[in-house]
Design a protein around this ligand. Sequence first.
Ligand code: NAP
Length: 548
Amino acid sequence: MALTEDTYDVVIVGAGFAGMCALQRVRSQGMTCRVFEAGDDVGGTWYWNRYPGARCDVEGRFYCYSFDDRISHDWTWSERYPAQPEIYDYARYVADEFDLRKDITFGTRVVGARFDEDTDSWTLRTDGGADARARFLLLAVGCLSTSNVPELPGIAGFAGRTFHSGQWPREPVDFAGRSVAVIGTGSSGVQLVPQLAEQAERLYVLQRTPSFSVPARNRKLGDTEQIGTNPTVRAERYQAPQTRTGIVYHGLDPRNVVDVSAGDREEQLRWAWTEGGAGFMQAFGDIGRNEESNGYVADFVRDRIREYVIDPAVAERLCPTDYPIGAKRICVDTGYYETYNRDNVELVDLRAEPIRGFTPDGITVGERTLDVDDVVFATGYDAMTGSLTRMGIEGRDGLRLADAWAAGPATHLGLGVAGFPNMLVIAGPGSPSVLVNMIVAIEQHVAWIGDLLEYMRASGATRFEVTAQAQDSWVRHVNEVAAGSLLTRAASWYVGANIPGKPRIFMPYAGGLPAYTQRIADEVAAGYPGLVFDGVPGAVVATGAERT
Ligand code: NAP
């Protein structure tokens, strides 16, 4: 039974970058709002991911809000790719500037949400007893927020310390003089490994699948390279939403790899490698689409790995060979491959020596046991759907989101879900989200949602719902677009392959921001044909056709 049940226009789940942006927007529309956040502060991903080396792989000048000049112009990034503490500080700065915390309940997890058809509102249950009712439910829980810790035999009996990259302790962790195992070599592992190698006496890196990683070429930024001081930098931030990835890159060659000479190909790839960062994947126009082109680029990176890593056998084990480059999210590193030249680091190839289980003092791989004091899980997340399906959301007729998405997530435009009226997901499955600059994706969704709520206020509607037809059509389109790329060709978290039993569906929208922006703008311009308002199809309202 609820201790309290307060009523709001909007409840938002999550106070990361999406939740903060949404709170500011709905407030500016004069609506009452409450945010529930499991952490003790704002920041979301950047609150939880405090592991050594945690750093954004989008340049800071693009990784900041644009909806208000103050919070982009007055902020200074100290490095090209800001580290976690600085991004967390930025989130706190934004919260202070807009006095956001007064509408956020921290340390509180939403454990149930039920749609009430009689009142067209959602009732939220939290683990803190502070329950709430709201007309609209906005889900701003992040795409990578439910940690995946594999169930490995004997783990409960392990006597040492264990960590997950996404649930890092708030106090610093000392690895000096210790024997440490890192499990996982995705973006988090690739960032952790060089840092842990510096600290630990012995580091084992347990690799199941090697990653392609591009050097970040991180550097300090000067005062004249900031949004507030440099008109070009500022203009590019505002131009970012018009680009495919929400980031302005320079020096890209729009031609196809297969259409250029070997010399031009090498020159362009060397240039992009020297520039560093994820922009490497945009060096030519067709790296993500054409298998042959992709193969040339993958060969180029494998050659760099062989240059960086002195022991040829280790270099070969670090070379990905069984998926196209970019089909798993490209990693961006500082000194990752070079770390394997250190005497205190050993790469353990789990394909040759699978994990058999934990002992109290270590991990048994193949025929040997590694003595370890600490295990760091860099094993990723139940991505895109994990946090949503675990929240106990029940829509119309008691339909559980976990059941509705049992065969994989289905949305209309990545924003709404059939059977779940007055509920919207920010940067969720079916939207560009993780394939583009998240801040741009978030701001775009928040603006669209704000406009929808204003449209409903103006028209007096109290309920919207996505039609099954619109949802089916969008899901088909998302799948078609993904099938036209190489993105479906790896066992990645994009397709849910990292979680045992999860349906294999390509979850984000791979068509790029311009196509997506046009599509969601068309939806508004046509009077929301994919939605029904108070039982009346949006298209009928828009055309003035007679209501039936
Ligand atoms: P991830 O990409 O899913 O990588 C997880 C790693 O753990 C993979 O190497 C995976 O191997 C391995 N693994 C999982 N279960 C395992 C098991 N049972 N036994 C052995 N190995 C196992 O997770 P992540 O590195 O945390 O990155 C997730 C996403 O977060 C990234 O793709 C990126 O979008 C974001 N991220 C971004 C940054 C940044 O901005 N720089 C940093 C960190 C994370 P398999 O590949 O074989 O499954």
